[in-house]
Design a protein around this ligand. Structure first.
Ligand code: HAM
Length: 409
């Protein structure tokens, strides 16, 4: 023990936990490949201004959760708290508007928020995310939601609820915003100070407040969903019809607002009651105004992000599984070079194989074979012959060296 510890709110991933993460990565990348999404990677830090402008100055993320630092040249940089603004930056920087639209991108990587750590909430966490940029068709909303729905159900995460709402376009929201501001001013004595302070800047955040007083006030507040009209109402009705036809169940939720300011029109989240307080596994929505905020041309887009650690927590016990070893090769002294040769040959043939690397006795090696979860043990004898033992039934039989690979593949 050196006295050093991983920083608060961060964690090390041990080999056992890594097995499930790798499996999740493989499942996810196959799902995105099938859906024609290309993988994008952006840097772990960006100009602070990108998030200040993109995520919004009145959000908790920008106000108190960013890891911001100056580099040696005095530039202000921030460890990315989320992935959507960086991907919009990349889309604009690399002229992706010239590609066939929408451009469909996905990502997996670490994100950083200075939040109060608790179960399911970390300061360095990982997201699987997707962004479909360049189309305002309701089809894209439904495709993105359908993709996330199938991914989460296929894992499978138990007890999932999809909540769906619409915040309208920025223009469509203007009248509702002032109606909500009036309502909040009327009730300002009963809401939390933080909510009161943000009535002018960001009245919708009040829906997210945790304190009892504000919650009571917001339970009776008018919602944007009740005020949707014109093109916004038509768009939302089409998204709903497409989801209905695809057999995707959702709960309408007019109080669904999210922790980022860029959302317009469709918003959604997936929750499970397996996670306690941090019940949200994934969330997202449309952000038709974000590109312009970042200095680009009007470019509609929609996407989501899913918390890797929350998915793994919701999957539960499976996370403790050790890597599968199909064959454990045990050999007495004098035969260890043969054991290594065989293990390498098995691995080349696609069989997961392992051997003793700590000079254990034959008895110790058989114990190790058992612990490793191997399906079979291959026991090499001093005379050059071999036996194969079914670790479950204990059945053991001699086997010719030439047959071994065939028998195990
Ligand atoms: P978000 O809702 O802030 O959205 O985060 C998405 C997901 O990341 C959450 O549902 C949760 O599973 C996970 N997450 C967030 N914070 C933490 C944390 N401190 N510890 C563990 N997991 C966490 C976004 O980030 C948007 N960029 C999503 C999006 C993409 N919208 C459109 N495109």
């Amino acid at each position: 023990m050196s006295g050093f510890r991983a920083p608060r709110g961060t964690f090390d991933v041990h080999p056992e936990a890594s097995v499930m993460r790798t499996r999740l990565y493989k499942t996810t990348s196959r799902a995105f490949e099938r859906a024609a999404y290309g993988r994008i990677e952006t840097p772990a830090f960006e100009d602070t201004e990108l998030f200040a402008r993109g995520v919004g100055g009145s959000t908790d993320i920008v106000r108190k959760e960013m890891f911001t630092f100056s580099d040696q040249g005095g530039r202000s940089l921030t460890l990315r708290p989320e992935g959507t603004a960086p991907i919009c930056r990349a889309y604009l920087e690399h002229g992706m508007h010239k590609l066939a639209q929408p451009v469909k991108l996905w990502y997996w990587g670490p994100f950083f928020r200075h939040e109060r750590p608790q179960a399911g909430r970390f300061r360095q966490f990982h997201q699987i995310g997707a962004e479909a940029i360049g189309s305002d068709s309701p089809l894209v909303d439904a495709e993105v939601i359908g993709l996330l729905h199938d991914l989460l159900h296929g894992l499978p995460i138990p007890d999932l609820t999809l909540r769906l709402g619409s915040l309208g376009s920025v223009e469509g929201r203007a009248a509702y915003r002032s109606e909500l501001q009036d309502y909040l001013r009327e009730h300002q004595a009963d809401v939390a100070r933080e909510v009161r302070e943000r009535i002018d800047e960001n009245p919708l955040r009040a829906f997210d407040a945790k304190d009892e007083g504000t919650r009571e006030v917001m339970a009776k507040a008018p919602t944007m969903l009740e005020r949707l009209d014109g093109e916004d109402a038509k768009h939302f009705a089409e998204v709903r019809a497409l989801l209905d036809r695809a057999g995707i169940h959702y709960e309408l939720d007019g109080r669904l607002v999210r922790g980022l300011d860029y959302y317009t029109r469709t918003v959604f989240s997936f929750e499970t009651d397996r996670l306690g307080a941090q019940s949200e596994v994934a969330g997202g929505g449309r952000y038709d105004g974000l590109m312009e905020l970042l200095g680009g041309p009007p470019t509609p887009a929609v996407g989501f992000a899913c918390g890797v650690e929350r998915v793994l927590m919701a999957l539960g016990e499976h996370g403790a599984e050790s890597p599968p070893v199909n064959a454990f090769v045990a050999a007495p002294d004098g035969q260890r070079d043969r054991a290594l040769g065989l293990v390498l040959e098995l691995r080349r043939a696609g069989v997961a194989a392992d051997l003793d690397l700590a000079d254990r006795s034959m008895k110790g090696q058989m114990k190790q074979a058992d612990r490793s979860g191997a399906r079979v043990a291959v026991i090499l004898d001093e005379d050059g012959s071999a036996q194969v033992r079914d670790m479950e039934t204990g059945e053991q039989r001699p086997i010719q060296a030439a047959e071994l690979i065939d028998a195990l593949t």
